[in-house]
Design a protein around this ligand. Structure first.
Ligand SMILES: *Cc1c(COP(=O)(O)O)cnc(C)c1O
Length: 367
Protein backbone atom coordinates (compact mmCIF):
# COMPACT_ATOMS: atom_id res chain seq x y z
CA UNK A 1 0.00 0.00 0.00
CA UNK A 2 1.39 3.41 -0.98
CA UNK A 3 1.89 5.81 1.92
CA UNK A 4 -0.45 8.33 0.33
CA UNK A 5 -3.19 5.72 0.36
CA UNK A 6 -2.31 5.16 4.01
CA UNK A 7 -2.72 8.88 4.73
CA UNK A 8 -6.10 8.92 3.08
CA UNK A 9 -7.21 5.98 5.17
CA UNK A 10 -6.37 7.85 8.35
CA UNK A 11 -8.17 10.87 7.04
CA UNK A 12 -11.23 8.78 6.16
CA UNK A 13 -11.57 7.89 9.86
CA UNK A 14 -12.32 11.55 10.68
CA UNK A 15 -15.96 12.44 11.18
CA UNK A 16 -17.27 14.52 8.24
CA UNK A 17 -18.59 18.02 9.02
CA UNK A 18 -22.08 16.89 7.96
CA UNK A 19 -22.24 14.96 11.29
CA UNK A 20 -20.70 17.71 13.45
CA UNK A 21 -23.06 19.99 15.37
CA UNK A 22 -20.57 21.07 18.04
CA UNK A 23 -17.78 22.86 16.20
CA UNK A 24 -17.25 26.57 15.63
CA UNK A 25 -15.17 25.67 12.58
CA UNK A 26 -16.68 24.67 9.26
CA UNK A 27 -15.91 23.53 5.72
CA UNK A 28 -13.79 26.30 4.20
CA UNK A 29 -15.34 28.24 1.34
CA UNK A 30 -14.06 26.95 -2.07
CA UNK A 31 -12.32 30.28 -2.78
CA UNK A 32 -10.57 29.96 0.59
CA UNK A 33 -9.13 26.60 -0.43
CA UNK A 34 -7.96 27.93 -3.78
CA UNK A 35 -6.33 30.98 -2.19
CA UNK A 36 -4.76 28.80 0.53
CA UNK A 37 -3.12 26.57 -2.06
CA UNK A 38 -1.42 29.54 -3.74
CA UNK A 39 0.17 30.55 -0.41
CA UNK A 40 1.35 27.14 0.82
CA UNK A 41 5.03 28.23 0.82
CA UNK A 42 4.57 31.54 2.58
CA UNK A 43 6.04 32.45 5.97
CA UNK A 44 4.92 35.75 7.48
CA UNK A 45 7.50 35.26 10.20
CA UNK A 46 9.91 36.89 7.75
CA UNK A 47 7.84 39.59 6.05
CA UNK A 48 10.79 41.12 4.18
CA UNK A 49 10.91 37.97 2.07
CA UNK A 50 7.14 37.53 1.75
CA UNK A 51 6.53 41.21 1.20
CA UNK A 52 3.52 40.69 -1.06
CA UNK A 53 1.87 38.42 1.48
CA UNK A 54 2.61 40.99 4.20
CA UNK A 55 0.97 43.70 2.08
CA UNK A 56 -2.05 41.42 1.68
CA UNK A 57 -2.21 40.98 5.46
CA UNK A 58 -2.21 44.77 5.91
CA UNK A 59 -5.03 45.04 3.38
CA UNK A 60 -7.03 42.36 5.22
CA UNK A 61 -6.48 44.08 8.56
CA UNK A 62 -7.75 47.29 7.06
CA UNK A 63 -10.89 45.47 5.81
CA UNK A 64 -11.46 43.97 9.26
CA UNK A 65 -10.72 47.33 10.89
CA UNK A 66 -13.41 48.99 8.78
CA UNK A 67 -15.86 46.21 9.64
CA UNK A 68 -15.10 46.87 13.33
CA UNK A 69 -15.46 50.65 12.92
CA UNK A 70 -11.82 51.69 13.20
CA UNK A 71 -9.74 52.67 10.17
CA UNK A 72 -6.61 52.94 12.34
CA UNK A 73 -6.90 49.44 13.81
CA UNK A 74 -3.65 47.47 13.70
CA UNK A 75 -3.17 43.75 14.12
CA UNK A 76 -2.39 40.48 12.42
CA UNK A 77 -3.68 37.05 11.49
CA UNK A 78 -2.62 34.47 14.05
CA UNK A 79 -3.16 30.85 14.96
CA UNK A 80 -6.60 31.40 16.47
CA UNK A 81 -8.68 32.91 19.22
CA UNK A 82 -6.37 31.56 21.90
CA UNK A 83 -3.30 33.39 20.56
CA UNK A 84 -5.39 36.49 19.88
CA UNK A 85 -6.60 36.54 23.50
CA UNK A 86 -3.08 36.00 24.82
CA UNK A 87 -1.79 38.91 22.75
CA UNK A 88 -4.67 41.20 23.71
CA UNK A 89 -3.97 40.69 27.40
CA UNK A 90 -0.19 40.69 26.93
CA UNK A 91 -0.34 44.10 25.23
CA UNK A 92 -2.51 45.45 28.07
CA UNK A 93 -0.07 44.07 30.62
CA UNK A 94 2.97 45.50 28.85
CA UNK A 95 1.35 48.92 28.52
CA UNK A 96 -0.12 49.12 31.99
CA UNK A 97 1.57 46.76 34.33
CA UNK A 98 5.30 47.13 34.00
CA UNK A 99 5.02 48.99 37.30
CA UNK A 100 2.34 46.81 38.87
CA UNK A 101 3.67 43.81 40.82
CA UNK A 102 0.55 41.64 40.90
CA UNK A 103 -1.59 42.57 37.90
CA UNK A 104 -5.08 41.15 37.52
CA UNK A 105 -7.80 41.10 34.87
CA UNK A 106 -11.54 40.69 35.35
CA UNK A 107 -13.26 38.29 32.97
CA UNK A 108 -16.82 36.89 32.84
CA UNK A 109 -17.40 33.41 34.30
CA UNK A 110 -18.52 32.49 30.78
CA UNK A 111 -15.08 33.24 29.27
CA UNK A 112 -13.38 30.72 26.98
CA UNK A 113 -10.87 28.34 28.59
CA UNK A 114 -8.01 30.12 26.80
CA UNK A 115 -8.02 32.61 29.71
CA UNK A 116 -6.92 29.73 31.95
CA UNK A 117 -3.76 29.51 29.85
CA UNK A 118 -3.38 33.28 29.85
CA UNK A 119 -3.29 33.47 33.64
CA UNK A 120 -0.67 30.74 33.69
CA UNK A 121 1.56 32.12 30.92
CA UNK A 122 1.39 35.83 31.68
CA UNK A 123 1.37 35.60 35.47
CA UNK A 124 -1.77 37.71 35.58
CA UNK A 125 -4.38 36.94 38.23
CA UNK A 126 -7.72 36.01 36.65
CA UNK A 127 -10.82 37.26 38.48
CA UNK A 128 -14.14 35.83 37.37
CA UNK A 129 -17.24 38.01 37.48
CA UNK A 130 -20.75 36.64 38.00
CA UNK A 131 -23.34 36.44 35.23
CA UNK A 132 -26.90 37.76 35.22
CA UNK A 133 -29.92 35.47 34.67
CA UNK A 134 -29.42 35.76 30.89
CA UNK A 135 -25.78 34.63 31.21
CA UNK A 136 -24.33 38.07 30.39
CA UNK A 137 -21.61 39.38 32.65
CA UNK A 138 -22.98 41.28 35.66
CA UNK A 139 -21.41 44.74 35.46
CA UNK A 140 -21.80 45.37 39.21
CA UNK A 141 -19.89 42.15 39.90
CA UNK A 142 -17.14 43.28 37.47
CA UNK A 143 -16.98 46.67 39.19
CA UNK A 144 -16.65 45.01 42.59
CA UNK A 145 -13.64 42.95 41.46
CA UNK A 146 -11.64 45.90 40.08
CA UNK A 147 -8.84 47.25 42.27
CA UNK A 148 -5.62 49.25 41.82
CA UNK A 149 -3.89 46.23 40.28
CA UNK A 150 -6.52 45.66 37.59
CA UNK A 151 -5.06 46.26 34.15
CA UNK A 152 -7.93 45.16 31.91
CA UNK A 153 -11.47 43.88 31.65
CA UNK A 154 -12.62 41.26 29.19
CA UNK A 155 -16.04 41.24 27.53
CA UNK A 156 -17.31 38.48 25.27
CA UNK A 157 -19.24 39.14 22.08
CA UNK A 158 -20.57 35.66 21.39
CA UNK A 159 -19.83 33.33 24.29
CA UNK A 160 -18.57 29.92 23.27
CA UNK A 161 -21.25 28.04 25.20
CA UNK A 162 -24.40 30.10 24.63
CA UNK A 163 -23.57 32.69 21.98
CA UNK A 164 -24.50 35.42 24.47
CA UNK A 165 -23.16 38.98 24.17
CA UNK A 166 -21.91 40.85 27.23
CA UNK A 167 -22.93 44.52 27.76
CA UNK A 168 -19.73 45.74 26.10
CA UNK A 169 -21.02 49.34 26.08
CA UNK A 170 -21.24 49.34 29.89
CA UNK A 171 -17.83 47.70 30.24
CA UNK A 172 -16.48 50.39 27.92
CA UNK A 173 -17.77 53.14 30.24
CA UNK A 174 -16.23 51.36 33.20
CA UNK A 175 -12.74 51.10 31.67
CA UNK A 176 -12.77 54.77 30.65
CA UNK A 177 -13.63 55.75 34.23
CA UNK A 178 -10.86 53.54 35.59
CA UNK A 179 -8.25 54.20 32.87
CA UNK A 180 -7.75 50.52 32.11
CA UNK A 181 -7.95 48.43 28.92
CA UNK A 182 -10.90 46.49 27.50
CA UNK A 183 -10.30 43.35 25.46
CA UNK A 184 -13.33 42.05 23.55
CA UNK A 185 -13.33 38.35 22.72
CA UNK A 186 -15.35 38.20 19.51
CA UNK A 187 -13.55 35.10 18.20
CA UNK A 188 -16.91 33.73 17.08
CA UNK A 189 -19.24 36.75 17.12
CA UNK A 190 -16.90 39.12 15.30
CA UNK A 191 -17.97 37.73 11.94
CA UNK A 192 -21.62 37.28 12.96
CA UNK A 193 -22.76 40.39 14.85
CA UNK A 194 -21.85 43.00 12.16
CA UNK A 195 -24.11 41.11 9.73
CA UNK A 196 -27.13 40.89 12.02
CA UNK A 197 -30.17 43.13 11.56
CA UNK A 198 -29.80 45.16 14.76
CA UNK A 199 -26.14 44.66 15.57
CA UNK A 200 -25.18 44.83 19.26
CA UNK A 201 -22.53 47.45 20.09
CA UNK A 202 -19.29 45.54 20.67
CA UNK A 203 -16.50 47.02 18.56
CA UNK A 204 -14.17 50.06 18.31
CA UNK A 205 -17.18 52.35 18.00
CA UNK A 206 -17.11 52.11 21.79
CA UNK A 207 -14.24 54.32 22.96
CA UNK A 208 -13.11 52.00 25.75
CA UNK A 209 -12.40 49.01 23.50
CA UNK A 210 -8.62 48.46 23.17
CA UNK A 211 -8.46 45.12 21.36
CA UNK A 212 -10.73 42.61 19.62
CA UNK A 213 -10.30 38.91 18.87
CA UNK A 214 -12.02 37.97 15.59
CA UNK A 215 -11.40 34.59 13.94
CA UNK A 216 -11.81 34.11 10.18
CA UNK A 217 -11.44 30.33 10.67
CA UNK A 218 -14.80 30.26 12.45
CA UNK A 219 -17.67 32.12 10.73
CA UNK A 220 -15.26 33.62 8.18
CA UNK A 221 -15.03 30.21 6.45
CA UNK A 222 -11.24 30.61 6.02
CA UNK A 223 -8.83 27.69 6.20
CA UNK A 224 -7.31 26.81 9.58
CA UNK A 225 -5.28 28.48 11.02
CA UNK A 226 -6.76 31.93 10.66
CA UNK A 227 -7.35 33.81 13.89
CA UNK A 228 -7.37 37.56 14.22
CA UNK A 229 -6.29 40.18 16.73
CA UNK A 230 -6.96 43.87 16.16
CA UNK A 231 -5.86 46.73 18.39
CA UNK A 232 -7.22 50.24 18.63
CA UNK A 233 -3.94 51.59 17.19
CA UNK A 234 -0.29 50.73 16.48
CA UNK A 235 0.81 51.59 20.01
CA UNK A 236 -0.37 48.18 21.25
CA UNK A 237 1.68 46.33 18.64
CA UNK A 238 4.76 48.31 19.72
CA UNK A 239 4.14 47.08 23.28
CA UNK A 240 4.47 43.50 22.02
CA UNK A 241 7.68 43.88 20.04
CA UNK A 242 10.91 42.00 20.54
CA UNK A 243 14.09 42.59 18.52
CA UNK A 244 14.82 40.12 15.71
CA UNK A 245 18.52 40.38 14.82
CA UNK A 246 18.72 37.89 11.93
CA UNK A 247 15.47 38.53 10.05
CA UNK A 248 14.65 40.96 7.24
CA UNK A 249 12.83 43.17 9.75
CA UNK A 250 14.15 44.50 13.05
CA UNK A 251 11.27 43.63 15.35
CA UNK A 252 8.43 41.15 15.72
CA UNK A 253 5.14 41.66 17.57
CA UNK A 254 3.63 38.23 16.91
CA UNK A 255 3.60 35.43 19.47
CA UNK A 256 4.69 32.72 17.05
CA UNK A 257 7.76 33.15 14.84
CA UNK A 258 7.27 31.23 11.63
CA UNK A 259 3.64 31.58 10.62
CA UNK A 260 1.61 30.79 7.50
CA UNK A 261 0.23 33.31 5.02
CA UNK A 262 -2.47 30.81 4.03
CA UNK A 263 -4.98 32.08 6.59
CA UNK A 264 -4.49 35.62 5.35
CA UNK A 265 -5.08 34.64 1.72
CA UNK A 266 -8.08 32.44 2.48
CA UNK A 267 -9.78 34.98 4.76
CA UNK A 268 -9.20 37.75 2.22
CA UNK A 269 -10.60 35.61 -0.61
CA UNK A 270 -13.81 34.87 1.28
CA UNK A 271 -14.45 38.46 2.34
CA UNK A 272 -13.68 39.80 -1.15
CA UNK A 273 -15.82 37.17 -2.87
CA UNK A 274 -18.85 37.45 -0.60
CA UNK A 275 -18.66 41.10 0.38
CA UNK A 276 -20.84 42.52 3.14
CA UNK A 277 -24.08 41.36 1.51
CA UNK A 278 -22.78 37.84 0.87
CA UNK A 279 -21.67 37.47 4.49
CA UNK A 280 -25.05 38.77 5.62
CA UNK A 281 -26.76 36.04 3.59
CA UNK A 282 -24.61 33.33 5.18
CA UNK A 283 -25.34 34.65 8.67
CA UNK A 284 -29.08 34.93 7.91
CA UNK A 285 -29.12 31.33 6.70
CA UNK A 286 -27.40 30.13 9.89
CA UNK A 287 -29.84 32.11 12.05
CA UNK A 288 -32.77 30.67 10.10
CA UNK A 289 -31.45 27.14 10.60
CA UNK A 290 -30.94 27.87 14.31
CA UNK A 291 -34.66 28.69 14.50
CA UNK A 292 -35.44 25.40 12.76
CA UNK A 293 -33.34 23.55 15.36
CA UNK A 294 -35.23 25.34 18.16
CA UNK A 295 -38.60 24.38 16.65
CA UNK A 296 -37.56 20.74 16.21
CA UNK A 297 -36.17 20.47 19.73
CA UNK A 298 -39.19 22.21 21.27
CA UNK A 299 -41.42 19.76 19.44
CA UNK A 300 -39.49 17.01 21.26
CA UNK A 301 -40.17 18.72 24.59
CA UNK A 302 -36.83 20.49 25.11
CA UNK A 303 -36.40 24.08 26.25
CA UNK A 304 -33.59 26.42 25.18
CA UNK A 305 -31.37 27.79 27.97
CA UNK A 306 -31.69 31.28 26.47
CA UNK A 307 -33.44 32.31 23.31
CA UNK A 308 -30.56 32.14 20.82
CA UNK A 309 -28.92 35.47 19.97
CA UNK A 310 -26.71 34.03 17.28
CA UNK A 311 -26.23 30.59 15.73
CA UNK A 312 -25.40 28.81 18.98
CA UNK A 313 -28.14 27.19 21.04
CA UNK A 314 -28.30 25.00 24.16
CA UNK A 315 -31.18 22.89 25.47
CA UNK A 316 -31.64 21.97 29.13
CA UNK A 317 -31.47 18.29 30.01
CA UNK A 318 -30.12 16.22 32.90
CA UNK A 319 -29.18 13.52 30.40
CA UNK A 320 -26.77 15.74 28.42
CA UNK A 321 -23.72 13.47 28.82
CA UNK A 322 -25.72 10.34 28.09
CA UNK A 323 -27.17 11.84 24.90
CA UNK A 324 -23.75 12.98 23.76
CA UNK A 325 -22.28 9.49 24.19
CA UNK A 326 -25.18 7.71 22.51
CA UNK A 327 -25.06 10.12 19.56
CA UNK A 328 -21.29 9.74 19.21
CA UNK A 329 -21.81 5.97 18.78
CA UNK A 330 -23.93 6.94 15.75
CA UNK A 331 -21.19 9.29 14.51
CA UNK A 332 -23.05 12.44 15.53
CA UNK A 333 -20.99 15.01 17.40
CA UNK A 334 -22.74 17.38 19.76
CA UNK A 335 -21.40 19.07 22.87
CA UNK A 336 -22.63 19.73 26.38
CA UNK A 337 -22.40 22.51 28.93
CA UNK A 338 -22.34 22.05 32.70
CA UNK A 339 -24.06 25.16 34.01
CA UNK A 340 -26.97 24.64 33.50
CA UNK A 341 -26.79 21.01 32.33
CA UNK A 342 -27.58 21.19 28.62
CA UNK A 343 -26.72 19.95 25.15
CA UNK A 344 -25.21 22.47 22.79
CA UNK A 345 -25.41 23.01 19.03
CA UNK A 346 -23.46 25.39 16.83
CA UNK A 347 -25.36 25.95 13.60
CA UNK A 348 -22.47 26.62 11.24
CA UNK A 349 -22.90 26.99 7.45
CA UNK A 350 -22.44 23.21 7.03
CA UNK A 351 -25.37 22.52 9.39
CA UNK A 352 -28.08 22.78 6.74
CA UNK A 353 -31.78 22.17 7.21
CA UNK A 354 -31.20 18.67 5.82
CA UNK A 355 -28.45 17.96 8.37
CA UNK A 356 -30.78 19.12 11.15
CA UNK A 357 -33.63 16.89 9.91
CA UNK A 358 -31.27 13.88 9.69
CA UNK A 359 -30.01 14.59 13.16
CA UNK A 360 -33.46 14.97 14.69
CA UNK A 361 -34.59 11.71 13.12
CA UNK A 362 -31.67 9.86 14.80
CA UNK A 363 -32.04 11.80 18.04
CA UNK A 364 -35.68 10.67 18.31
CA UNK A 365 -34.46 7.06 18.44
CA UNK A 366 -32.32 7.84 21.47
CA UNK A 367 -34.84 9.76 23.52
C1 LIG B 1 -13.25 29.60 19.72
C2 LIG B 1 -13.07 30.64 20.75
C3 LIG B 1 -11.81 30.93 21.26
C4 LIG B 1 -10.58 30.12 20.92
O1 LIG B 1 -10.25 30.11 19.59
P1 LIG B 1 -9.22 29.04 19.00
O2 LIG B 1 -9.17 29.39 17.56
O3 LIG B 1 -9.80 27.68 19.28
O4 LIG B 1 -7.92 29.23 19.70
C5 LIG B 1 -11.71 31.99 22.14
N1 LIG B 1 -12.79 32.68 22.51
C6 LIG B 1 -14.02 32.41 22.07
C7 LIG B 1 -15.20 33.24 22.53
C8 LIG B 1 -14.21 31.36 21.17
O5 LIG B 1 -15.46 31.08 20.74
Amino acid sequence: MGFMQELLEYRAKDIPYSRVLSSMCTIPHPVAVEAHNHFIETNLGDPGIFRGTKELECELMSMLGKLLNNENAAGYICSGGTEANIQGIRAARNLKARKIKNPNIVIPKSAHFSFEKIGDILGVEIRRAELDEEYRVDVASVDGLIDDNTIALVGIAGTTELGQIDPIDELSKLVIERSIELHVDAAFGGLVIPFMDNPYPFDFKLDGVSSITIDPHKMGMATIPSGGILFKDERYLRALEVETPYLTVKAQYTLTGTRPGTGVASAYAVLKTLGFEGMKKIVEECLKNTKIMVEEMEALGFEAVIEPIMNVVCFKTDKAEEFKEELYKMDWVISTIREPKAIRFVIMPHVSEEVIKNFISDFRKII
